[in-house]
Design a protein around this ligand. Structure first.
Ligand code: GRF
Length: 211
């Protein structure tokens, strides 16, 4: 239990099903990670992630890009919402927009993303499919800080996942998801404990005091 640890406030940005959000919410509720999810934001009003958030009594907000005159205005509105909620870490969990502008500058090295492949291989929207089509025998999961590129920021954690002969995109993604549900809460916990140091393009993990 980490109940005596100071909790940090995080926001989760999600566009889709939100199974990673679910894993993070459960880890927060059980005290496994010292965080409070202050807010779930989406760019998609149909995202099931919003339903999951409500089930966990987490406030939600939806930002439609069509409601804003420009991409800059959209990003600024999200950044303002995150700041107003006192968010210390922004967690992208299946968020289908590139995070840019004001969000990136205000939350430098405080935005994380999870990608369903071993970066820098197979960046982009179809990491699982691309790895499968290429024919790799090992793919995996990457948690990284977000920079201005597409899936290019400093890598926090990675774990390999085997690809089997009979796999299709769905079976491989299921196996990858199981690793994601463990790796993402761990990366968030390391951040909350102040144990991630970004040094150039690398992230150093400071050992726990009792390790
Ligand atoms: C995950 O596989 C994640 O790696 C990728 O998008 C997927 C989101 O799944 N960025 P879910 O919405 O958390 O179920």
């Amino acid at each position: 239990m980490v109940s005596e640890e100071k909790k940090i406030r995080i926001a989760v940005l999600a566009s889709g099903s939100g199974t990673n959000l679910e894993a993070i919410a459960r880890a927060a509720e059980s005290g496994e990670i010292p965080v409070e999810i202050s807010l779930v934001l989406s760019d998609n009003p149909q995202a099931y992630a919003l339903v999951r958030a409500e089930k966990h009594n987490i406030p939600t907000k939806c930002f439609l890009i069509s409601d804003f005159p420009s991409r800059e205005a959209f990003d600024k509105a999200i950044a303002d919402e995150l700041s107003a909620a006192g968010v210390e870490l922004v967690v992208l969990a299946g968020y289908m927009k590139l995070v840019g502008g004001e969000i990136l500058s205000r939350f430098k090295n405080r935005i994380m993303n999870i990608h369903p492949a071993l970066l820098p291989s197979f960046p982009g929207t179809h990491g699982v499919r691309d790895a499968l089509e290429y024919g790799v025998k090992v793919s995996g999961v990457t948690v990284h800080f977000v920079d201005e590129g597409l899936d290019t920021g400093p890598i926090i954690l990675q774990e390999a996942v085997p690809v089997y002969d009979g796999d299709d995109e769905e079976t491989l993604h299921q196996r990858i998801h199981q690793v994601e549900y463990r790796l993402y809460p761990l990366a968030i916990k390391l951040f909350a404990q102040g144990r991630l140091k970004v040094e150039g393009g690398r992230v150093r993990i400071i050992p726990a005091e009792d390790e």
